[in-house]
Design a protein around this ligand. Structure first.
Ligand code: HAS
Ligand code: CU
Length: 562
């Protein structure tokens, strides 16, 4: 039976989450292309350099925070429902949706106020040019922070719906292993609860009172630290849903079965343990954090490569198994037997391939000494457009070609556009991100409308600066085209009439090695959460205590002079 007929209520919820996600994707992509053309000096007629930061904030918030969160909420709602075979508790799930939507509208209004001359609303300038990493000393209108808080609280409530579904299922199936999709989703949410505490404290205790004028100052180092306590794990909140797709759906699309369910569980437990005590790798250059604690963050980060390396192995092994079922042979020739003309399959594979490169630049970022070379340069946007901008975004778009027919009951329209779209994204991203990485090595800064190409002669180590600019602009144009192609396919599919039998379904073949091959302790959430908290106390306890020692709003951290 088609998912929408089996679970009409959850399907409606997933559709609503996806619509918000896709609108955010469209606006965010539009801001992206304006920026790419502005920064590279190709076309500067759309905005002034002063408004660039408003667009940059809108681009980052809409794509990295809104598109991701809403898409993930939809995907998770589908995943829990499909794997536990029951509708989600609707009241809880819908209140989460409305809270997150209200938060999004508030934050968006605050950001866009900047474009319209920042009118005074409730005694404060309506603007929020604080970028998607919103820590002090940059200050936004209180509406932006209240919006952010509502999005976070909404996501917590969304998680409650998954837990309630799991408890209901558990009561009826006391001895069974938690189905893999739900296991992955619940593990991701536990990681999310632990890590969002940081940003919640930052926003509620410091940024909202400060933006309202209730407190006169905050400690920038403390708010940065609270932000990055959340700012690293949030990237796994984007990655783990992509992994959910690669582990549980991609093997089937390849014509095969998941290689190992136990290995997938180990990977997700490792993320729960290690995602948070690493945030200082975004603060290697911050004074006031002892080197030893930066070193702990670095070693934890290097351990954190393990779950992704395990994933590369397991996912490729599962896909290879599928290729061999389809008659594939040889060491590499099996790659040719895969369904490269299926948009969902091709998109996930190209996303995985790019993530291998993005993961590699992540390893470079993580090295305490090499980081000094690339920190705050265009290298970093190069890195995250491969990770969140492709591993997550391209996987999300690709799997929509498979999932949206099932939550609407309608056939995918404009198949030929859908087939080409992942390749357009891949080529665009290959051009843009490789040029961004090289530009970073040449020292070209990130987060600026005026990279002073003309006043200061940056010298490319590989290639020339002019050629990098051209590649970034062409890559950006292709990415914008890719987003438009995706949204066009979605829009046509959405408004089409139902008819014919769908060629896709949410039935899954059993893994080659199932959960019965793994110890039950893997499903012991209390144990893993407890260990995760201990690791966090070790990584963050002493440095946070030092920052707080001189009073919670006093800048600095003894013995650093302020
Ligand atoms: Fe990162 C900065 C380190 C992963 C996102 N990162 C960022 C920022 C973002 C971001 C948004 O240590 C910028 C924040 C800002 O605005 O300042 N990152 C890492 C490391 C990893 C990593 C070690 N990042 C991600 C992921 C992200 C993301 C995932 C989003 C989704 N990152 C850093 C550091 C910084 C940083 C520093 C700070 C830089 C600075 O100075 O500011 C690792 O998790 C990466 C591990 C990945 C691998 C790859 C495994 C390969 C796989 C592919 C399988 C292939 C398939 C297909 C399925 C080891 C799994 C096969 C295809 C065939 C054809 C066969
Ligand atoms: Cu990080």
């Amino acid at each position: 039976m088609v998912f929408v007929d089996e679970y009409p209520e959850t399907s409606k919820l997933v559709r609503s989450e996806f619509i918000v996600a896709f609108v955010a994707l469209g606006i965010g992509a539009l801001f992206g292309i304006v920026q790419a053309l502005h920064r590279t000096g190709m076309f500067r007629g759309f905005v002034s350099s002063a408004d660039y930061y408003t667009l940059l904030t809108g681009h980052g918030v809409l794509l990295a925070l809104v598109f991701t969160t809403f898409f993930i909420a939809g995907l998770f709602a589908w995943g829990v429902t499909n794997s536990l075979d029951r509708e989600l508790p609707q009241r809880i799930a819908w209140s989460a949706f409305w809270l997150m939507l209200t938060g999004t509208v508030l934050a968006a209004v605050a950001i866009l106020g900047g474009v319209f001359g920042a009118p005074t609303i409730l005694g404060h300038d309506l603007e929020a040019d604080v970028l998607f990493t919103f820590y002090a000393p940059m200050k936004a209108h209180p509406a932006f922070y209240v919006g952010a808080a509502l999005i976070i609280v909404g996501s917590w409530i969304a998680g409650l719906a998954y837990f309630k579904a799991l408890w209901g299922w558990r009561a009826e199936n006391p001895d069974e292993r938690i189905p893999l999709k739900t296991f992955m989703i619940v593990t991701t949410m536990l990681m999310w609860y632990i890590s969002t505490i940081g940003v919640a404290v930052e926003v509620v205790v410091f940024l909202i009172p400060w933006s309202l004028g209730l407190i006169s100052q905050v400690d920038p180092l403390l708010t940065r630290t609270l932000f990055w306590y959340f700012g690293h794990p949030v990237v796994y909140f984007w990655l783990m849903p992509a992994y959910l797709v690669w582990y549980t759906i991609l093997p089937k699309l390849a014509g095969g079965r998941l290689f190992s369910d136990p290995l997938a569980r180990v990977v997700f437990v490792l993320f729960l343990l290690l995602s948070t005590p690493v945030g200082f790798h975004h603060q290697y250059v911050d004074p006031g954090i002892p080197e030893g604690f930066k070193f702990i963050a670095m070693t934890n980060t290097m351990f954190l490569l393990l779950p992704s390396l395990l994933t590369a192995f397991t996912v490729v092994a599962s896909v290879e198994h599928g290729a061999r079922q389809r008659g594939g042979q040889g060491y590499f020739k099996w790659l040719r037997s895969l369904p490269w003309g299926e948009p969902a399959f091709a998109g996930c594979m190209l996303a995985g391939l790019m993530f291998a490169a993005g993961g590699f630049s992540g390893m470079i970022n993580a090295g305490m000494n090499i980081n000094y070379l690339i920190h705050n340069t265009l290298w970093v946007p190069g890195h995250f457009h491969l990770t969140v901008g492709t591993a997550f975004a391209l996987t999300a778009m690709a799997i929509s070609y498979w999932l949206v027919p099932q939550i609407t009951g309608k056939q995918l329209q404009r198949r030929s556009v859908a087939i080409a779209q992942p390749y357009v994204w891949f080529v665009g991203m290959a051009l843009m991100s490789n040029a961004m990485h090289r530009a970073g090595l040449a020292g070209i800064p990130r987060r600026t409308a005026e990279p002073t190409y003309d006043e200061f002669a940056f010298e490319g180590l590989v290639g020339t600066v002019a050629e990098m600019r051209l590649q970034i602009a062409i890559g950006g144009l292709l990415l914008f085209l890719g987003a438009v192609m995706f949204l066009a396919v979605m829009a046509e599919t959405w408004v089409a009439h139902r008819g014919g039998t769908l060629s896709v379904n949410s039935d899954f073949p059993a893994p080659l090695s199932g959960p019965e091959h793994s110890p039950r302790i893997l499903d012991n959430y209390k144990l893993w959460t407890a260990i995760a908290l201990v690791l966090i106390v070790i990584a963050y306890g002493p440095p946070l205590a030092a920052m707080l020692a001189d009073g919670i709003t006093m800048p600095g951290s003894p013995p650093i002079p302020v």
